[in-house]
Design a protein around this ligand. Structure first.
Ligand code: SAJ
Length: 408
């Protein structure tokens, strides 16, 4: 097997590159960010993830290389960002398009480009094929295009890379089977080969399914709040039914996947994507729902000083360092809209200063607040819950058993 050039060394590209390398596949990882490439070349990781350090050491010992340049080879895996426009909800395919163009500038005839980045259904037909054809490449002869959407969950990426099943979308069965065999080097899950449009749609459907199910749990939380019912107890009991499995309510849905992908279906199928749209709205309403709870609790406690209220957790979920679309940031944004003063906040994983009144030490944060809103269930707070004794607590993650704790 020849060298694989993995393009984009972020949350998906880097673990994938390391996994291949640790299984003795020759890998060159390419990223246009010089700083990032230098960091990796110096033997340092660029983000925290369970088990990634061990994989990195292994991949380095197997000779993985990092570069800002694309190399000439037979197989490319593209894992670059696919941002979306917040207002139009449309995908911005420019990074993927640019990567494919760069590949074409160096690749030999007959090379294969595997796109792992999540794309809205139809993106490859709409944006990638025309660019390839505009370069006078014949798809299937001069260049093969494959869509192999990633499926790994931040926090458990290394495990899931190995054990999750995967989808390979290709125009041609033989190319699909070749790429399937390639991923089979490390992937122990089933690998299904299908066409590109189906692969694109499947990926979006998976995240939409989860969004809808989280929205159901969040809607139940709102319903139960009205009548002072324990939503967690109800979910627990209902889920004992053999065909019921309800997810957990929370302060909202963040991350770059579940809170984004369903919008592509809403945008492309207006009038048809109704549950999908409702689910998005419910999940997006949760940070404001938390604010309403804060308001009610402050009234009940006759507390007026907003500066003594603090948010615990800024990331989009527990034990990761990613703050993209996080419910806490959505909540602070909503406060800003109402011109309310910003709350104190703290997150053990967020080392950079991204907010006013942000703390970097748990104890100092606790000293300066009377009311703690638990937004993220990091292990740190779970392991130190006693430190919150005596505080007013709103626990949106159902992790605190201290007496008097308010729930969602
Ligand atoms: N959440 C809840 N209640 C729950 C579960 C999650 O409120 O019961 C919230 C989380 O706190 C978080 C958000 O939902 O804010 C999303 O978190 P997540 O852990 O469910 O998923 P992501 O966004 O980290 O990763 C998802 C995964 N997709 C599915 O589970 C269908 C992952 O497999 C995908 O690879 C990833 O999106 C992606 O990149 O598309």
């Amino acid at each position: 097997m020849g060298t694989i050039n993995v393009i984009g060394l972020g949350y998906i590209g880097l673990p994938t590159a390391l996994m291949f390398a640790s299984h003795d596949v020759k890998i060159v990882g390419t990223d246009y960010n010089e700083e990032l490439v230098k960091t990796l070349q110096s033997g340092q990781l660029t983000f925290d993830e369970n088990g990634l350090d061990v994989l990195f050491t292994d991949a380095l010992s197997k000779g993985i290389e990092f570069s800002t340049e694309y190399i000439s080879t037979d197989i490319y895996i593209i894992a670059v960002p696919t941002p979306y426009d917040k207002l139009s909800k449309k995908i911005d395919p420019s990074y993927v398009v640019k990567a494919v163009e760069n590949v074409m500038s160096v690749c030999p005839k007959g090379a294969t480009v595997v796109i792992e980045s999540t794309v809205a259904p139809g993106t490859i037909d709409k944006f990638i094929r025309p660019v390839v054809e505009a370069n006078n490449y014949i798809i299937g002869e001069d260049l093969n295009i494959v869509h192999a959407p990633e499926r790994i969950i931040p926090g458990n990426m290394v495990y899931e890379l190995k054990y999750n099943s995967r989808t390979i979308g290709a125009d041609n069965k033989d190319v699909g089977e070749t790429i399937k065999a390639l991923y089979g080097v490390f992937c122990l899950g089933d690998i299904v080969v299908t066409d590109i449009r189906t692969a694109e749609m499947t990926k979006i459907v998976e995240n939409t399914y989860r969004d809808i199910n989280i929205a159901f749990a969040n809607e139940l939380a709102k319903i139960c709040r009205i009548d002072n019912l324990d939503v967690y107890e109800i979910i627990k009991i209902a889920s004992m039914h053999p065909r019921v499995n309800i997810l957990q309510p929370g302060p909202g849905v963040g991350g770059h996947c579940i809170s984004v992908d369903p919008w592509f279906l809403v945008g492309d199928y207006p009038g048809l994507a109704n549950i999908i749209l409702a689910a998005r709205k419910i999940n997006d309403s949760m940070p404001e729902f938390v604010l309403e709870r804060v308001h009610d609790i402050m009234k009940e406690k006759a507390m007026s000083d907003l500066t003594r209220v603090g948010l615990y957790g800024l990331t989009y979920k527990e034990n990761v360092d990613d703050v993209r679309e996080s419910p806490s940031l959505q909540l602070l944004e909503a406060m800003e809209k109402h011109l309310a003063p910003t709350l104190k906040s703290y997150d053990p994983y967020v080392k950079k200063v991204i907010l006013k009144n942000q703390y970097h030490n748990f104890d100092e944060f606790l000293t300066d607040v009377d009311f703690v809103i638990i937004m993220v269930g990091h292990d740190e707070i779970k392991d130190n819950m006693k430190k919150l004794t005596g505080k007013i607590i709103l626990d949106t993650k159902n992790i605190c058993n201290l007496e008097g704790t308010y729930k969602l």
